[in-house]
Design a protein around this ligand. Structure first.
Ligand SMILES: [Zn+2]
Length: 142
């Protein structure tokens, strides 16, 4: 499962940060999950709790925040966010159906097929943020 390796990566990073910073205990860990990261946040949270006790981190409070996905056009330099174009893309894909499953969410690599630069129409752009899962901060006691 994808979430499992992500959760394990986070827990291992927390452990090595504890060593580097000389923390005896970690109370809170904030993790950001990109809009287009293929992660189920509830599953991730559950796994983080399980792995924390397996790796001996004890009772850590995990806070998961969403990170907006942003893009930058390689052709004209324009940048934009997923939320600003999402509605029109989903409407193109699904019509007016409200409960449309977002195919981009499941296959982010296909994003270039569904989306063009809103400024110049180029399909050559990069994802700047919100594609993956990042450790934002940890709070602990020395
Ligand atoms: Zn452009």
């Amino acid at each position: 499962m994808h979430e499992y390796s992500v959760a394990e990566g986070i827990v291992l990073s927390v452990k090595s940060l504890m060593r580097e910073e000389g923390l005896s205990e970690v109370s809170e860990v904030t993790v950001s999950v990109g809009d287009l990261a293929q992660i189920d946040k509830e599953v991730l949270l559950e796994l983080l709790k399980i792995l924390s006790s397996e790796y001996g981190l004890g009772n850590v409070k995990y806070v998961i925040v969403s990170e907006e996905t942003t893009f930058k056009c390689n052709y004209c330099g324009f940048s934009w966010s997923w939320s600003s174009v999402k509605d029109s893309i989903l409407k193109d894909l699904c019509g007016d159906i409200v409960e449309c499953d977002n195919p981009v969410h499941f296959i982010p690599d296909l994003i270039n097929v569904f989306m063009k630069c809103p400024n110049c129409g180029s399909q050559d752009y990069s994802i700047l943020t919100g594609y993956d899962v990042r450790l934002v901060s940890i709070k602990g006691v020395k």
